[in-house]
Structure formats: structure tokens, C-alpha cells
Ligand binder design. Structure first.
Ligand SMILES: [Zn+2]
Ligand SMILES: [Zn+2]
Length: 280
């Protein structure tokens, strides 16, 4: 069984539409995928609709929520979320609004630095989806201000960059609670660089964290083994995915490239089934 449980579409900052993503995953012979757009589930309905033509492929409705804590930023993935829940959608919409406001401020700050990019172009690159900093980076790349998307983050718009702007974010606890309220299974995304991960995972487990993402691009076998031991310690399950965006190779990797063991996929699906039985 092959799976990729971390994929971005045009509903946030990926380049494939949800339909194209489902078609591509099926062509690649994947059995399970999760669509996990930043602060958005707007791609889910069309992904599920398209998936009806590919009965061998399971599409998990997911989300990736950006959060902040004193030690830095953390992303929380939610699997099997109720993407139709109106309260959940409302909360995600507020997060997207704060991204929009931040995007405007970044573009203004870049202009002060002599980097002239067009807000209309950023909006066009976002094509109606969640506005992310990669869209701004793409606009900078098109104008030749930078040589790679990563450079935009390191020098300008990343958290240490000279045009960095903060925005309103949830805390990790709030994101976990939000996902649980929408009947989803919360996971810590790409956790390897999180400071004090051990106590952090323990703390979130107590409010319902389901697992951690450990099969992630460029994670070494020893890193994966360390994270796996941590998951075991706190009775968390594991997931993994490519974090595919389709932009350039400095953000994420190719679809299906995360080597996720069958056991991890089965545990996730069976946990979702147990949860469903409890809730009905
Ligand atoms: Zn992420
Ligand atoms: Zn991601």
C-alpha cells in the first residue's frame, strides 16, 4: 500500500488543483492520499468528487494549520476532518483573512526595500486559494529579485527575514482542539526541529493529539527512528507525506516520495474508524 498524507493544492499554495492532484495520485499508483491545505478545506469537495472516478484511491479530507508558540512556529495536521462543519470553516476563514492582511503588509514592506511586486500578481498566483508567503516568493522570483523560492524566505519574508511580518495565529493547543471539534485526528507536522518536542508532544497528547508526522522529505533514518521512539513513548501513531507543493524543490518533495510503511497507514485508518463508531 502506498500513501502520501501531506499534499498541497491550489486551495492553498500548491500548483495542482484538487482534481489534478487526485488524478495524478491515481496515475502514480497511490492507494491513500490526504489533501492538507494551509488553513483551508476548500479543495476537499472537488477532490472527493473526482475520487469517485478512482475507487481504488482513498482520499482523506485534511488540513494543515499554522500555529505559534514561544519556541517558534509549529504546523498541526488534521486528518479525516469534517470539512462541512460550519464552525470549523469559520475559524479557518479567520486564519485566511489574517494571511491576506499579512500579505499586503509584506508587499508594502518589500516596496520600502525597493522590491517592487504587484499585489494583483500575488492574488493571481494564489488563484483564489489561501494566500501564502510562497505566492509572494513566486512573484519575487518572476521579477528576478531572487534566484530560488528558498532565498525569498531566508533573506526577506521568512521569520528571520528583513521583510517578515507577524500575523494572528492559533496556539498549537487551540489548533488541536479545533481539529478535534471537527472530528479530525490531529498530528504534529514535520516535528524534527521543534524545541522541547518531548514535553510538547506529551502535553498535546493529553488534550487529544493522535500522532506525529515522521516520514518526511530529507528526514534521515536516524531522525525517523528517534521520532518513532517518541511516538511510542506517548502512544501516538505516525504519519508521513511529501509536503508536495509543486513549486520548486526547495519546498516539499515529489508526490508519493515519502516512504510510509503500511502499518502506519493502517493504524491511521483504523483509528479513524474507531472514532467514527464512537461518534455515531
Ligand atoms: Zn508545514
Ligand atoms: Zn505542508
Amino acid at each position: 500500500m502506498k500513501a502520501d498524507l501531506h499534499l498541497h493544492t491550489t486551495a492553498s499554495d500548491g500548483i495542482l488543483s484538487p482534481q489534478e492532484m487526485v488524478q495524478k495520485a491515481s496515475q502514480l499508483g497511490l492507494d491513500v492520499i490526504a489533501i492538507t491545505d494551509h488553513d483551508s478545506v476548500n479543495g476537499i469537495p472537488s477532490a472527493l468528487e473526482t475520487a469517485k472516478s478512482f475507487p481504488q484511491l482513498l482520499v482523506i479530507p485534511g488540513v494543515e494549520i499554522s500555529t505559534d508558540m514561544p519556541q517558534g512556529w509549529v504546523h498541526i495536521l488534521g486528518y479525516f476532518v469534517d470539512y462541512r462543519d460550519s464552525e470549523f470553516n469559520h475559524a479557518l476563514e479567520e486564519l485566511r483573512n489574517s494571511r491576506y492582511e499579512r500579505g499586503l503588509k509584506i508587499v508594502a514592506r518589500l516596496a520600502d526595500l525597493g522590491i517592487d511586486i504587484d499585489w494583483e500578481r500575488v492574488l493571481a498566483l494564489a488563484s483564489g486559494g489561501t494566500i501564502g508567503r510562497p505566492h509572494i516568493a513566486q512573484a519575487m522570483l518572476e521579477r528576478g529579485y531572487i534566484a530560488s523560492l528558498q532565498e525569498a524566505f531566508t533573506k526577506y519574508i521568512g521569520n528571520e527575514g528583513i521583510a517578515h511580518v507577524e500575523r494572528k495565529k492559533l496556539t498549537p493547543t487551540e489548533a488541536v482542539e479545533l481539529i478535534i471539534k471537527a472530528n479530525g485526528l490531529p498530528f504534529i507536522a514535520h516535528p524534527a526541529d521543534i524545541k522541547y518536542l518531548d514535553s510538547f508532544a506529551h502535553q498535546l497528547k493529553q488534550i487529544g493529539l493522535a500522532g506525529i508526522e515522521i516520514y518526511y522529505p530529507h528526514y534521515s533514518p536516524s531522525k525517523i527512528a528517534r521520532l518513532k521512539a517518541l511516538a511510542k513513548k506517548y502512544d501516538l501513531i505516525t504519519s508521513g507525506g511529501s509536503d508536495y507543493h509543486g513549486l520548486d524543490n526547495t519546498i516539499g518533495a515529489d508526490i508519493g516520495s515519502a516512504d510510509l510503511p503500511q502499518e502506519a497507514i493502517e493504524q491511521l485508518i483504523s483509528l479513524a474508524e474507531q472514532r467514527r463508531m464512537v461518534n455515531t
